[in-house]
Design a protein around this ligand. Structure first.
Ligand code: ATP
Length: 235
């Protein structure tokens, strides 16, 4: 059996009296397009932050491509690309400078050929020299995706990448992420939009109040719940 892309075992995270993750177990296979659904506050971002090493769990184990996120952080992080929810950038850098800095963070020098390819695939070549503060929200969102790809990670996690994005850009982003999946990348996507998960994801996990309340193939989940009740569960 091949090693899973992501392994989460008995992960718990409390913020004071608030339990954000309550003993989550999850395995995502290499090459999957996996959806993480749940209402506001369900724990999706906390789980992603824990995978990215930004939040330390109180207990449990997280692994990316077999590397423990706590004890083998560098290797785990090298295997993971994260597209965060927030559009936070240093406004004084150009797009290319930002992507070079991100490459440097992973110890990669002379990454311009790959940066150019990623920018072209995201239809951002014409903005390579532009200052971040001059970009539209949709362009910034695509720069976030480019940033996640500079070190060519096999596993890519996207935290609500289409929140506040218009229909055209949303479809463009999905097409791009689909291509990444076809190229062999494992994709994990958090979303509030059931239609999105339905169209894109082979399996879905549902989090509610920090607990995994459902985990199955998209087809089985849709069969198990009437579409209406599935909607109620995720919204
Ligand atoms: P959304 O869909 O709104 O982004 P989510 O499923 O991503 O929600 P999280 O952001 O993981 O949920 O939050 C889970 C719970 O943990 C929430 O109740 C949130 O208020 C709380 N929480 C998250 N980060 C912190 C923090 N740094 N300090 C205190 N509480 C936090």
């Amino acid at each position: 059996m091949t090693m899973p892309a992501i392994r989460v075992r008995a992960v718990t995270k409390n913020y004071g009296a608030l339990t954000a993750l309550a003993g989550v177990d999850l395995e995502i296979e290499q090459g999957e397009f996996f959806g993480l659904l749940g209402p506001n506050g369900a724990g999706k971002t906390t789980l992603i932050s824990a995978l990215a090493g930004l939040v330390r769990p109180d207990s449990g184990v997280l692994e990316i491509m077999g590397h423990d996120v706590v004890s083998d952080y560098r290797e785990a992080r090298r295997n993971l690309g994260v597209v965060p929810q927030e559009l936070v950038f240093d406004p004084f850098f150009s797009v290319r400078e930002l992507l070079r800095i991100q490459s440097g963070y992973f110890g990669i020098r002379n990454n311009d050929d790959w940066i150019d390819e990623v920018l072209a695939r995201l239809d951002l070549s014409h903005k390579a020299g532009a200052n971040m503060r001059t970009l539209s929200g949709g362009m910034k969102r695509r720069v976030l995706v480019a940033q996640a790809l500079v070190h060519r990670p096999p596993v890519i996690v996207l935290d609500e990448p289409t929140a506040g994005v218009d229909v055209e850009l949303r479809q463009g982003l999905w097409q791009f992420v689909r291509e990444l999946n076809r190229d062999g990348h494992t994709i994990v996507l958090t979303t509030h939009y059931l239609e999105e998960a339905e169209t894109l994801c082979g399996r879905i996990a549902m989090l509610k109040a920090g607990k995994l309340v459902a985990l199955d193939t998209t087809d089985n989940l849709l069969r198990r719940f009437a579409t209406h009740s599935l909607r109620v569960n995720v919204e």
